[in-house]
Design a protein around this ligand. Structure first.
Ligand code: MIC
Ligand code: SF4
Length: 646
């Protein structure tokens, strides 16, 4: 199997294993990236492992997620990150330089390269023909230390894009269509490769909108070929030398091919509270909107902002709508400032925010109670905006602008104006002064470690028997935003003891104390916690905190119908057993507070395919499937990856 672009990149980087879908392989990593709210843990882990200098060819530490700086925590994190980058030999992208995925696409990603990032939207780089993969912090730390990255060799789904998009229909509508077809569930272990005449017509940032939101499918990565459009983009970024042509062979084989006629697409929208809950804009037209946010790593490109400026120029955002804009990168921010487009946005009443993630994860600009918020980002999980019970819809910048003007969800094709065609800049503004180069060789660097910064928890090995209780019984599609909420709590990302206090806050039954209090009480009595859930447990982000915090609180096993890839790896890395229900209907045999026991856990984890859990409260036994590689089994026995590496 050598025919697809993804297979070619994997083959070129293969360090261990065979390129056979479903088996474990290890690949060499060319580039690694971190961001501030996952990065502090990555560097604390590298310190715990005694790593003094990274060995990956290129590593960049971005500060882009939490730049709000209420109290000292944020800047404490930023200063720690900056000092660690200098010590370890990592480039440091300062706060204000833009969102990691867009800056990386513009300044560093290259066709044929492998990129591992401690952020689930790392596949954005697939827009330029790189294989970007999101992973938990520990996996990224180990890749930085020079270890190959292990993953399940993906099955490859081909998406053939045919023809041309109609006016007012965009790349966002393409990925929303793909989400409509593939949904957010059941795609673990696959990757998506785009091709066809329609793919050729899209610019690199448009392709990146599509590969970015591929994360919402739950696939390992999404990739476009590298062609003339890729070369043009690289040349405009003054790095044409990074170009290599990359295309699938004529006889490339895909597990299945989905064909999308671009000309038949219409404006789409994802409804609350899942990116997979897709409808046409026409179906929702007229729904009152009170807030609009344009930006994020999905739609913060030059083209996106320019088109929005052209649509809004000389008009005024509806009186009942508050509209904000966050440019995706400082380069693009400066360009729209220089050419006057920013003035058009401001003139129309837009509130200009920093070039950062901000509202995407509830760092400011949360919607009011009962207010519909329309956004151009990629995720609308319940409460993620910072407002409990929020109603967030996701759509293209064009739909956002039309809706902002009318005060209700509106089809941009009904705007009485010509479609604004944006000339692609032959040259981008290239200015890397906000990226600090590390010293060329190892040197004495003072690590700035303020008192708000903790350390990774020390964990015990897996005991032979597990005795404990079901702490939570949950349904399908539990996201990492449910497990470890972001927003105002992000400031504790570098302090597990503090951050653990809000674990499962949104899903905890009221009146029995917080999840953390209940879990710690159980832990203190020498017992452990179990979580029981349905399908697709751990959707969404790569935040390993969604495994570290539960483990810190004494959770040793999650029993679910199935798991999402990144979160499952994080559970193993932090010594929590991800056990599947051998029979999905057995989920009904668990209730909150049920007492559970498992004997002979170590022997089972060592090499068995199944284990039995006894529900003492119900007097029954349930069979669990253990789908683990030999290496994952050893990590679990050791109590987690840090113990195993030692
Ligand atoms: C997200 O979009 O959910 C985040 C915030 O970027 C996360 C990373 C994190 O939780 O820090 C992600 O996508 O992995
Ligand atoms: Fe930032 Fe949102 Fe993109 Fe995550 S999805 S990297 S929070 S803009």
């Amino acid at each position: 199997m050598m025919g697809t672009v993804i297979e070619k990149i994997l083959a070129e980087h293969l360090a261990e294993g065979k390129l056979e879908a479903g088996g474990e392989i290890a690949i060499r990593i060319d580039q690694a990236l971190t961001q501030d709210v996952t990065g502090t843990m990555v560097y604390l882990e590298l310190e715990a492992m005694g790593v003094e200098r990274v060995s990956v060819p290129l590593a960049v530490s971005y500060v882009d997620h939490n730049t709000a700086q209420f109290g000292p925590n944020n800047q404490n994190d930023h200063r720690y990150l900056q000092s660690m980058a200098a010590k370890l030999g990592i480039k440091f992208s300062r706060a204000g330089n833009g969102i990691c995925h867009q800056v990386h696409l513009e300044r560093f990603a290259g066709p044929g390269k492998t990129l591992l990032g401690s952020d689930s939207h790392t596949p954005t780089a697939g827009g330029i023909g790189a294989l970007g993969i999101g992973a938990g912090g520990l996996d990224v730390a180990l890749a930085m230390a020079g270890e190959p990255f292990r993953l399940i060799c993906p099955r490859i789904i081909g998406v053939e894009l045919v023809g041309e998009l109609s006016e007012w229909v965009t790349a966002k509508d393409v990925i929303l269509k793909v989400l409509n077809i593939l949904s957010t569930v059941g795609n673990a272990g696959t990757a998506v490769e785009y091709f066809g005449t329609g793919a050729t017509g899209l610019s690199v940032p448009e392709r990146a909108t599509i590969t970015n939101m591929g994360a919402e499918l739950g696939v390992t990565s999404s990739v476009f070929p590298a062609d003339d459009k890729t070369r043009e983009f690289l040349a405009a970024q003054e790095r044409e030398e990074d170009y290599v042509e990359l295309k699938a062979d004529k006889d490339a084989e895909y597990e299945r091919v989905i064909r999308i006629e671009l000309g038949e697409l219409e404006p789409m929208i994802a409804c609350p509270s899942s990116p997979g809950n897709v409808k046409t804009v026409a179906e929702l037209a007229g729904t009152e909107v009170g807030q609009v946010w344009l930006g994020s790593c999905t739609n913060g490109s030059y083209q996106d902002l320019m088109r929005a400026a052209r649509i809004l120029k000389g008009k005024t955002v509806h009186a009942n709508v508050s509209m904000a804009v966050s440019p995706g990168s400082r380069g693009v921010y400066e360009m729209i400032t220089a050419n006057g487009a920013l003035a058009d946005l401001i003139g129309a009443g837009c509130r200009i925010l920093e070039s950062a993630c901000g509202p995407c994860i509830g760092v400011g600009f949360s919607p009011g109670s009962g207010v519909v918020s329309l956004r151009s980002n990629n995720r609308n999980f319940a409460g993620r905006s910072g407002t409990p019970g929020d109603m967030v819809y996701l759509a293209s910048p064009e739909v956002l602008c039309a809706s902002a003007l009318k005060g209700c969800i509106s089809d941009p094709r009904e705007l009485e104006m010509d479609y604004p065609r944006i000339d692609w800049p032959k040259k981008f503004l290239v200015d890397d002064r906000m990226i600090i180069e590390p010293p060329a060789a190892k040197s004495e660097v003072e690590i700035l470690r303020a008192e708000t910064i903790g350390e990774p928890p020390r964990l015990d090995a897996l005991p032979d028997g597990l005795r404990g209780k079901v702490l939570l019984k949950l349904g399908d599609k539990v996201t990492t935003d449910h497990i470890s909420p972001a927003g105002q709590h992000l400031k504790w990302r570098s302090n597990i003891a503090e951050y653990a206090k809000v674990a499962f806050e949104a899903l905890n039954e009221q009146g029995q104390g917080s999840f953390a209090q209940r879990a710690l009480k159980l832990k203190e009595s020498g017992k452990c916690g179990f979580i029981v859930a349905g399908q697709s447990y751990g959707q969404g982000s790569s935040r390993e905190h969604a495994a570290i915090c539960p483990r810190y609180l004494g959770v040793r096993m999650v029993i679910a119908e199935n798991f999402e890839r990144i979160h499952r790896d994080n559970l193993v890395n932090w010594g929590i057993i991800p056990a599947r229900l051998a029979d999905a209907s057995d989920g009904g045999k668990f209730d909150p507070d049920d007492k559970l026991t498992i004997e002979g856990v170590r022997a089972a984890v060592k090499d068995a395919k199944q284990m039995t859990v006894r529900n003492v409260s119900k007097g029954c036994e349930i069979t669990l499937a253990l789908e683990l590689t030999a290496r994952q089994r050893k990590i679990l026995l050791a109590g987690g990856r840090l113990n195993y590496s030692k």
